[in-house]
Each structure stands twice: as C-alpha cells, then as structure tokens.
Write a protein that binds this ligand. Structure first.
Ligand SMILES: NC(=O)c1ccc[n+]([C@@H]2O[C@H](COP(=O)([O-])OP(=O)(O)OC[C@H]3O[C@@H](n4cnc5c(N)ncnc54)[C@H](OP(=O)(O)O)[C@@H]3O)[C@@H](O)[C@H]2O)c1
Length: 279
C-alpha cells in the first residue's frame, strides 16, 4: 500500500482508506472483520462521522488494541459546529470510538455557524491533544478561500469531497485550489455510492479491458484513475473482508497515460456545475 503526505500535516497516510457510512447496518461482526482485514492490508485511514449512526461503535471494536496503526477521521455535523458544540461533539465521538484522539476532525459541510467559531474550537481541540489536525468536507473553492482567510495557510489538512468516474466536478476548481494550498483531497463515494458502472455499459467495458491488462478488477482501475492526482486519497466503504482485499490491492495500481485517456473519454469530465455536487 502506497502512502503519501496528507496535506501539510506531516503525516504519511495510505492512499486507499476505509469509509464507514452504513457499516453499522447488517452483520456487525462481518463489518468488524472487513475493517480489520483492511487494516491488515494497509488501509489504515478510517473515515467516519457522528452522522453515521453506530459506525463509530463498529470502528471501536475493529481498532481495539490497534489504535496506533490507524489514521482516524471523524466529522462534526454543521448544526453542532458552534465553538462549544464542536468540542462536545468531538468528545462524544472520542467516547464512541474508544480513543483519546482523532488524527483529523472535519466540518461535514458548510453550515450556519461562522467559520471563526468552528476554527476556534478545532484549534482548541488541537491544543488539548484531542485532535491532531482538522479539515473540511463538501467545500467548493470559494468556501476554501473563505476558510483560508479565517484559518491561515497550512492549517486546513484536507477537503473531503464527492469524486468518482461519473462525477468529476472537483477536477475543475477544487483539486487545483487544494493542490496550490497543500490541502489533501479525500474522494468520498469513489465507487459512486451504489452506482458503479455495469460491466455491460460502455464505461464498464473499458474498465474491464484495462483491468484485464493489469490483472486487476474494474474497481481497482476506478480507484487508480482517481488516485492519479498527487493530492488524492480515496475511502471506499465495504462491509465484506473479500471486498476490502480487492480495494486494498488498488493501492499499487498505476495507469498509463493512454489508459487514463481511454477512461477520460468514456467518463467525460463535463462542465463545471454551479454548486459542488454532494450526497
Ligand atoms: N463527507 C461526506 O459528505 C461523505 C458523503 C458520502 C460518503 N462519505 C464517506 O465516503 C465513504 C465511501 O462512500 P460510500 O459509502 O458512499 O460509497 P462507495 O465507497 O462509493 O461504495 C460503497 C459500495 O460499494 C460496495 N463495494 C465496496 N467495495 C467493493 C468491491 N471491492 N467489490 C464490490 N462492491 C464493493 C459496497 O458494498 P459492500 O459493503 O457489500 O462491499 C457498497 O455498496 C463513506 O462510507 C463515508 O465514510 C463521506
């Protein structure tokens, strides 16, 4: 598994991590095994949020005794992101996760509280040793500029945003902005949530052809396409150990220029939308 610098945090983080939205639905023992298998295979970046129901409790079981291996990320809901509310939300997440610190803590999306309040809370949590860095999610380039004006250079660790083959909007402004300012870009829903290209579709066929050449799978090729950006990390979610193994193997895939061009043709970038897509 490849690792690279996570923005300007000074941390080296696995390029493929593990999402956990909906991981608390269904067989919890299987979900814990999947997360542990992912850790065994180097997918040590685990993403969660206070919004994800009992996901933090599932993670607590999966990382018990292995906390130091993990780059653990959670998120505060915008409705809780006041100065006091952010600190309280973080403490609740730490308790549910059974840990004393997060490696990164994110504002889930832009809400009503002034960014100054949330940033003051984040910086207080850093000083208290409860979080090691902080970032944002679902911020477009203009939100990032506002955040930069509040926080200053080098403080925003990452921006976690929607990015998959059929939704490439962040390539227009978000990735260039983040790369210019040393902010890691974390691709959520890298398989399109529940809408991965069918093998019989035009795009699915190209994915299969490239996968066959690399002795890999279409999903590994999809992750390889996203991870071609130097700032990018992807966090696919799975509740199955066998899928975790499949996803982890994508950490080593490197597509050629002509393969990237073939994917670009069949999954076109499209025009820049007025507002950043999110789910
Ligand atoms: N910041 C935000 O606003 C935001 C929004 C959405 C998501 N996220 C984060 O990003 C993570 C990933 O996004 P997501 O959960 O929306 O969707 P996703 O990772 O794009 O796709 C998950 C789906 O793919 C399946 N899957 C995973 N690996 C597979 C494999 N190797 N083979 C076949 N199927 C596979 C999973 O099923 P199985 O479980 O059965 O394998 C699940 O149905 C979330 O879990 C969450 O942590 C953040």
């Amino acid at each position: 598994m490849k690792h690279k610098a996570f923005g300007r945090t000074g941390e080296q983080v696995s390029v493929i991590g593990q999402g956990t939205w909906y991981i608390d639905r269904g067989d919890r023992a299987a979900a814990v095994s999947a997360l542990r298998k992912g850790l065994d295979l180097g997918m040590t970046h685990i993403d969660t949020a206070e919004m994800y129901g009992d996901a933090e409790l599932v993670i607590a079981d999966a990382i018990a005794g292995r906390r130091d291996e993990v780059f653990l990320v959670s998120k505060v809901l915008p409705g809780n992101a006041s100065r006091r509310g952010t600190v309280q939300a973080c403490e609740r997440s730490l308790k549910r996760l059974g840990t004393d610190r997060l490696d990164c803590y994110l504002l889930h999306w832009r809400g009503q509280y002034p960014l100054e309040e949330t940033v003051a809370a984040f910086e207080g949590l850093v000083s208290a040793g409860k979080i090691r860095s902080w970032g944002v999610s679902n911020f477009d380039a203009s939100h990032m500029a506002e955040m930069l004006a509040v926080a200053g250079e080098g403080r925003i660790a990452c921006n976690q945003v929607l990015y998959h083959l059929n939704e490439r909007a962040i390539e227009h402004s978000v990735i260039p902005w983040c790369e210019h300012h040393g902010v890691a870009v974390v691709a959520y829903s890298p398989f399109g949530h529940n809408d991965f290209p069918e093998p019989t579709s035009a795009g699915g066929k190209v994915l299969q052809e490239i996968a066959a050449r690399h002795n890999s799978t279409p999903r590994q090729v999809a992750l390889g396409f996203l991870n071609r950006h130097p700032s990018l990390f992807a966090i696919p979610k799975t509740s199955r150990a066998i899928h975790a193994a499949d996803n982890a193997a994508a950490g080593d895939i490197a597509l050629t220029e002509s393969e990237v061009a073939a994917l670009d043709k069949v999954f076109p970038l499209g025009r820049e939308p007025r507002s950043l897509p999110m789910i």
